[in-house]
Ligand binder design. Structure first.
Ligand code: NAD
Length: 300
């Protein structure tokens, strides 16, 4: 039996459509256009690609996009002063500082200088605390996207055993908090977990966020389980020609698809949901800033 493929590309398009509808309502009924400011420091090629597609999709859903490109040798003071300016700009509802930052800049300091209400990445310590205590927070985009797909597939997640592999601040830990918030019994596995295969075999939901190509084989998966593959890894693909590469997840898709009940592919699974959730968070931040009703189904 082959698993249901959870189509993140289609789901993300649906989320962007809902965001666009809400943006149109904000403009038409209240004369407010949500604005997202993205700050990029340096010339990291992958970051440039992300920032470009974020800007493009922001405009596509009808929001204002503000891109701030700073040179790699920008001082911490200059970056903090830009963030302060954006914090105080009423036309900016969301601020995202593209990570990683050049080594001479203190990421924690920079992230924690963003107004938590505009922290659409959900990395500010206040948002981490709010999420951890079950309060209204800005939720990190990738785990939020995973949660949306799980809710869409299952309806209620209550009582399910969930295993999150990876304990990073941007994916693993917030993912675990969200699943706990939806009343799953949550295990966080990591590089020191003993007998990872046995831990994963107990899971109704597996979220893999490690960064190791195809490390989770199908025989670790409980038959019928739902597998959310966050990993994005580039590997050699000699079958496509010399020097060619392809993207794979942290799960060995070909074997896992035979056992799982549902699975996200890579590419086309979690990846597209991340930007869609960034746009959703920006609309949410805009509604909260203006004391208006938040879009339904686009928050945790
Ligand atoms: P990270 O490097 O910060 O964290 C990786 C985690 O994996 C660590 O907590 C570590 O303990 C755990 N780990 C390492 N080796 C392990 C092992 N052998 N067994 C079990 N656990 C192990 O990575 P991250 O930022 O959380 O990203 C994880 C993956 O998700 C990467 O491939 C990244 O590219 C991808 N990612 C995708 C998106 C998206 O939009 N789809 C967003 C963020 C990250």
């Amino acid at each position: 039996m082959s698993a249901t493929i959870i189509d993140g590309k289609a789901f993300a398009a649906k989320v962007r459509g809902q965001v666009a509808e809400h943006v149109a309502r904000l403009k038409g009924d209240h004369g407010i256009t949500p604005g997202l400011a993205v700050v990029l420091v340096g010339e990291d090629p992958a970051s440039q690609v992300y920032v470009r597609s974020k800007g493009k999709m922001t405009v596509e859903v009808g929001m204002n996009s503000y891109e701030h490109k700073l040179s790699a040798d920008t001082s911490e003071d200059d970056l903090l002063s830009l963030i302060n300016q954006l914090n105080n700009d009423p036309g900016v509802h969301g601020i995202l500082v593209q990570l990683p930052l050049p080594k001479h800049l203190n990421e924690d300091l920079v992230i924690n200088s963003i107004d938590p209400a505009k922290d659409v990445d959900g990395f500010h310590i206040s948002n981490v605390g709010l999420l951890g205590t079950g309060q209204k927070a800005m939720v990190p985009c990738t785990p939020l996207g995973c949660l949306m797909m799980l809710r869409d597939h299952h309806g209620s997640l209550s009582g399910m055993n969930a295993v999150v592999i990876g304990r990073s601040n941007i994916v693993g830990k917030p993912m675990a908090q969200l699943l706990l918030g939806d009343s799953c019994t949550v295990t966080i596995a990591h590089s020191r977990t003993k007998d990872l295969p046995a831990v994963v075999r107990g899971a109704d939901i597996v979220v893999a966020a490690v960064g190791r190509p195809q490390m989770v084989p199908g025989d670790w998966i409980k038959p019928g389980a739902t597998v959310i593959d966050v990993g994005i890894n580039r590997i050699d693909a000699p079958e496509k020609g010399e020097g060619k590469t392809r993207l794979v997840g942290d799960v060995d898709f070909d074997s896992a698809v035979q056992v799982a009940g549902a699975i996200t592919p890579v590419p086309g699974g979690v990846g597209p949901m991340t930007i869609a959730c960034l746009l959703a968070n920006t609309v949410t931040a805009c509604c909260r800033a203006n004391g208006l009703a938040e879009p339904e189904g686009l928050t945790a």
